[in-house]
Write a protein that binds this ligand. Structure first.
Ligand code: E4P
Length: 221
């Protein structure tokens, strides 16, 4: 499973990219709104900092034709390449837009997925990635992890060329469980990424190693 950053905060992204193997960025209107700046200011900065990593940008249009126009406009306006993915919600209009976008050479991430069938239809419509929302499922007394597992299994069973990009996490355990389910990718907030990579015993162990090494490691480097 690869990790993506579910944030549009440039400072957070700077830190994440500096230290960790983060392979892309995902945004949605809520993530953009949290930055309190318009898309025209945020998007160029996101493009620059993301570099060659994947950049998943959500479309806000509701009609298929408008989603396609919106996705093409971003691509042309900012000279986006193969690392750009238009995030399309799995509405009826969204499903209609997916093959059109693929025909026009634009990568598609099907988003706001809550069932295995929604994911399968999106995969059949040509989506490169499908994004099931784990925590939002858990919060309605459903089972996000199980849905991710079923989608992974279906993709393998049918030999589909679509990746599972698990999204919507509130706990490290949810991320752990989707990785055990074989999810190809997980997009995770800065806070959860910080928590999942750290452990107090690691910090203590490093402290003990440093103490034990004192005065003994005399080889210059
Ligand atoms: C992915 O890009 C999704 O939009 C995002 O992970 C949703 O997360 P949330 O349920 O925490 O809003």
């Amino acid at each position: 499973m690869i990790y993506l950053a579910d944030t549009a905060n440039i400072e957070e992204l700077k830190k994440l990219f500096y230290y960790f193997p983060i392979e892309g960025v995902t945004t949605n209107p809520t993530i953009i709104a949290a930055e309190n700046r318009p898309m025209s200011k945020i998007l160029p900065e996101l493009i620059e900092i993301t570099g060659n990593r994947m950049l998943h940008v959500q479309m806000i249009s509701s009609k298929a034709e408008d989603m396609v126009r919106e996705a093409i406009a971003y691509k042309k306006m900012y000279g986006l390449g193969d690392n750009y993915f238009a995030k399309i919600p799995v509405t009826a209009e969204g499903y209609k837009a997916m093959p059109i976008l693929k025909d026009k050479g634009i990568n598609v991430t099907a988003t706001a997925i809550f069932t295995q069938q929604q994911a399968l239809v999106a995969a059949r419509a040509g989506a490169d990635w499908v994004a099931p929302y784990v925590n939002r499922l858990d919060n309605i007394s459903s089972h996000g992890i199980e849905v991710v597992g079923n989608i992974v299994e279906n993709i393998q069973q049918y030999g589909l060329n679509t990746g599972v990009l698990a999204a919507s996490f509130k706990t490290v355990d949810q991320v752990h469980r989707v990785s055990m389910m074989g999810s190809h990718a997980a997009t995770v907030s800065f806070e959860i990424l910080e928590r999942l990579r750290s452990h107090p015993m690691t910090d203590m162990s490093v402290e003990w190693f440093e103490r034990d090494a004192e005065g003994l490691y005399d080889i210059e480097f």
